[in-house]
Design a binder for this molecule. Structure first.
Ligand code: PMP
Length: 443
């Protein structure tokens, strides 16, 4: 036995000092050491096609020269000054976001994560409405802090029941497992809208701080509501004067291909939009853009020491410019359609796939026990592991952890999408064959 056999692995060391609830993918977790474009190099020396982008945060791709240069240039000037001083890059980025957001008379506040962004939206709306009542959607994910966990409609991500909010859960647009799932899109939407009204009338005291929704539910497995869904919900919300918060931590910046912010597709102008993750292509960032009255309703001081720091702001500005100058929303739409159609055609031949859904480069593949609608999380794990073995990184999500999430950086090419589809077809066939031989009775 050599000395290195006795050395603890990085995984062993991780298990010793990191929390048990912070789980890695794969039974033999992977370290990503470097990346270029849509490819990453693992600690095992292998190159992988990255179709998960570090949980959608590597939004544009790895080591994009324009973005890396902007970051390095700023790092050589000043890292931090705090919001007690003017920060030019912060004002400039806020101007860019305000110009793009479908929000009236917009103002912007920057923080360091999605959870903080949603907390800010809760601070603003609960203060403005003098109420701690929030409506969230079933299957939602809004973060890991007390307020956001309370508004998270997935038990596997709801670490605590302690909450400053009183949250009621409305029906989401996740049709595949909805009690209204057998209805047409129009009838389904009407049923959800009527339920929302009944819920407000029966389960709240009426003075609701906000309704919060992800246009495409991320951790919920890319559940994508029908086209009229949020417009119909908004008619009820407007009748009760309830502000709409669109949580775009995953769906913003053109990733859905259909619009710059996911909610625009539904023809809704929300009172607030929260964002984070991909805006600085992986650097810690978050924020909220809201109507000015809502933003300014807080009378006490409130700051985020590192929120809006020059490094994150300069990098994010370079990301926004890159998305615009390379028309990445159009790319997300075109390559997203290619991926979606490819996966739908694989689904025609594969008994493990219950549904393919999504928008742009947010594509969910819901896996089920063959011939049923029973969620199959173990099969999803097997597909993730097999895909890694042949060089493709994808993610998973869904209420039962049974939905593959295919969500490459927005610079993904048609050739890379073609390659990923080939791998997924092969991997799904392998896992399906293994599955059917496992259930076949032995003679
Ligand atoms: N909202 C949504 C829709 C998210 O997907 C996430 C993160 N997965 C968050 C909020 C919380 O973001 P963070 O992990 O940066 O706190």
């Amino acid at each position: 036995m050599s000395a290195s056999d006795l050395e603890p692995t990085l995984h062993d060391r991780h298990m010793t000092v990191m929390p048990a609830w912070m789980k890695c993918y794969y039974s033999d977790p992977l370290e990503l050491e470097s990346g270029k474009g849509r490819h990453v190099v693992g600690g095992d020396g292998r190159t992988y096609l990255d179709f998960f982008g570090g949980l959608l945060a590597t939004m544009v791709g790895h080591d994009i020269p324009e973005i890396t240069e902007a970051l390095q240039r700023q790092a050589g000037r000043i890292l931090h000054s705090s919001t007690l001083y003017l920060i030019r890059s912060q004002v400039e980025l806020a101007e860019k976001i305000a110009a793009k957001a479908p929000v009236d008379n917009p103002k912007v506040f920057f923080v360091n994560s999605g959870s903080e962004a949603v907390e800010t939206a809760f601070l603003l709306t609960t203060t403005a409405r003098r109420s701690n009542q929030v409506i969230a959607l079933r299957g939602s994910y809004h973060g890991r802090s007390f307020g956001t966990v309370a508004a998270t409609g997935i038990r596997g991500w709801s670490a605590s029941s302690l909450s400053p909010l009183q949250v009621t859960y409305a029906h989401s647009g996740y049709k595949y497992r909805s009690p209204f799932g057998h209805l047409s899109d129009k009838e389904f939407t009407a049923a959800c809208r009527d339920e929302l009204q009944t819920m407000i009338e029966t389960s709240t005291s009426g003075d609701i701080a906000c309704y919060i929704a992800e246009p495409v539910q991320g951790a919920g497995g890319f559940a994508t509501p029908p086209d009229d869904f949020f417009r119909e919900m908004k008619t009820v919300l407007d009748a009760y004067d309830v502000p709409f918060v669109s949580d775009e931590v995953q769906s913003g910046w053109g990733r859905t291909g259909r619009s710059y912010f996911g909610i625009e597709h539904y023809g809704v102008r929300p009172q607030a939009i929260t964002f984070a993750k991909g805006l600085a292509n992986g650097l810690a960032i978050g924020g909220v853009v809201t109507e000015a009255d809502l933003m300014d309703c807080v009378s006490a001081n409130s700051i985020s020491t590192a929120g809006g720091n020059p490094i994150a702001m300069t990098t994010a500005s370079a990301v926004v410019d890159y998305i615009d100058s390379h028309d990445l929303q159009e790319n997300a739409d075109r390559v997203g359609r290619q991926l979606r159609q490819g996966l739908e055609s694989i689904a025609d031949r594969c008994s493990l796939i219950g549904e393919v859904r999504g928008a742009g480069l947010m594509i969910g593949v819901e896996l089920v026990e063959p011939g049923t609608r029973t969620a199959a999380p173990a099969i999803a794990d097997a597909v993730l592991a097999e895909a890694r073995d042949v060089g493709l990184l994808i993610g998973k999500g869904g209420l039962a952890g049974n939905v593959l999430r295919v969500t490459p950086p927005m610079t993904v090419t048609e050739e890379e999408a073609h390659e990923a589809l080939g791998i997924l077809e092969e991997v799904l066939a392998t896992v399906e064959a293994r599955q059917s031989s496992a259930v076949r009775p032995s003679r």
